[in-house]
Design a protein. Sequence first.
Length: 159
Amino acid sequence: WIAERLGFDCLITDVKDAPVPGKFELVILGSGIYENGFMPEVRAYIDRHIKALENKEKAIFGVCLDTSGFYVNGKIGGGWEYIRPTIEKFRNPPLHAGLLHGEINPSKLTREDHDKLMHFYNQILKRDISSVPYRTKMNKEESWKFAESILKKLSGKFY
């Protein structure tokens, strides 16, 4: 949806197949949130190509079900805290960053992720479920708004 709204040629690829960022004018790095941050493969890609990415226009986004975060017992977590470490890796900050709503699709889970979610639902949330439920909050309008913010900032309009 982001590429659709940007309106120019885009290469969309899984990070394991992602090329060196040097030949691109804009690099958009997105990741599902996993154990409170970007996926390990995405973090490794950024670390491997940090010098090239420093000199590029870039945008960062994380995908999760709960984008709002929380405050409990003096601690802030979730939300922007999920992507802050990735944003702060760069001396030359991203042009734009954000959180987008995602989904949990049981048919796409690894066995390990399935087991972790079952533990979360049954042991932490104290629910009695036998399978991971499908949940989605994916939102085309939200994704388009993210893309439109990138376009505005590329044209020099920041507000």
